[in-house]
Design a binder for this molecule. Structure first.
Ligand code: HEC
Ligand code: HEC
Ligand code: HEC
Ligand code: HEC
Ligand code: HEC
Length: 174
């Protein structure tokens, strides 16, 4: 192959890699408007994921809880942030949490099917209960979805009757 052509190919690959949208970047760990820690809540205090992400098993989106949910405890927790949370709720305000996991519009993903199949949050999101700041650990490329759909056994409960996830294009591109 001529050296010129090789240079062009390498340039295209490098430019593509650098221009890769951050939704694919592993390790993405944005600073949030409040230093909410999963390590403190889900780790040290063993609060179940679905106590806050109530919708994971019953709707497409897991959703981040409203500050009202935080007050269940922060009425009683002695922390400067308890005051902030109370005043947010009182004034009917919220904070913009930065999204970490986000698929492009043309992909369909629904938490329900996965949670109800018995797949752990950690299979996709990693050990969130050990993170002070949520860090993206899942590669959200099509190949990642398909790899599990072809061989989901390691992620399913031992007695599961499910053999595979769908691999036809229209399951994820509707
Ligand atoms: C099979 C993989 C998988 C599992 C299991 C999974 N998630 Fe997700 N999660 C994703 C993907 C993919 C996205 C991005 C979805 C999108 O952009 O439409 C996401 C997004 C999210 C979001 C942000 C967007 C939203 O849906 O509100 C939260 C919060 C979340 N997941 C929490 C959880 C929790 C809590 C659990 C366990 C109860 C869980 N996830 C289990 C793959 C998974
Ligand atoms: C089930 C009880 C519970 C819920 C629900 C809860 N928290 Fe907490 N939170 C705690 C406890 C316990 C601590 C640790 C306090 C300590 O270490 O002194 C804490 C600590 C914190 C801290 C750190 C405080 C500091 O002084 O460093 C922040 C910030 C915080 N929580 C925000 C939130 C937010 C935001 C929500 C809602 C999304 C929430 N919490 C929901 C129990 C809870
Ligand atoms: C006390 C409430 C609470 C508990 C318990 C909790 N979370 Fe969260 N979670 C939040 C809040 C608030 C955010 C938004 C701020 C942030 O990203 O840290 C969030 C964000 C996330 C995100 C990032 C969503 C996105 O894409 O922007 C994931 C993934 C997630 N949680 C998974 C989990 C898992 C897995 C567990 C259990 C191990 C869990 N959470 C337990 C409150 C909670
Ligand atoms: C850790 C394994 C795992 C990963 C990763 C995973 N899936 Fe799945 N998915 C499954 C299993 C298992 C099923 C079948 C569930 C059943 O049959 O009840 C499924 C079912 C589905 C379905 C059909 C059910 C429905 O809601 O319509 C869609 C669509 C889907 N997955 C999309 C995705 C996408 C998109 C991704 C990647 C972002 C993904 N999945 C990643 C295991 C996984
Ligand atoms: C299990 C879910 C799943 C299935 C099945 C699936 N895809 Fe995808 N597809 C994705 C996800 C997630 C993305 C976005 C991430 C990426 O581009 O890799 C994507 C992206 C794409 C893209 C855009 C690539 C880009 O660079 O943006 C094309 C084209 C595509 N898929 C075609 C197909 C075709 C054709 C099939 C059937 C042979 C198929 N997909 C089956 C999940 C799936």
């Amino acid at each position: 192959m001529p050296v010129g052509a090789l240079c062009i190919i390498v340039t295209i690959l490098v430019a593509g890699f650098l221009a890769e949208p951050d939704r694919y970047a592993i390790g993405y760990e944005p600073t949030q408007p409040m230093p909410f820690s999963h390590l403190i809540h889900a780790g040290i205090n063993h609060i179940p994921c679905e106590y806050c992400h109530t919708n994971a098993g019953r709707s497409r989106y897991a959703t981040v809880p409203a500050f009202q949910t935080c007050l269940n405890c922060h009425h009683f927790v002695n922390s400067p942030y308890s005051k902030t949370i109370e005043s947010l709720v009182k004034s009917d305000k919220s904070l913009e949490w930065k999204r970490i996991y986000h698929l492009p519009q043309h992909v369909f993903f629904d938490h329900r099917a996965h949670i109800n199949a018995g797949i752990q949050c950690q299979s996709c999101h990693g050990p969130v209960q050990k993170m002070n700041v949520v860090r993206r650990v899942m590669n959200m490329r099509m190949g990642r979805c398909l790899a599990c759909h072809r061989h989901p056994e390691p992620y399913l409960p031992p007695n599961s009757s499910i053999k595979r996830g769908p691999t036809d294009c229209t399951a994820c591109h509707r």
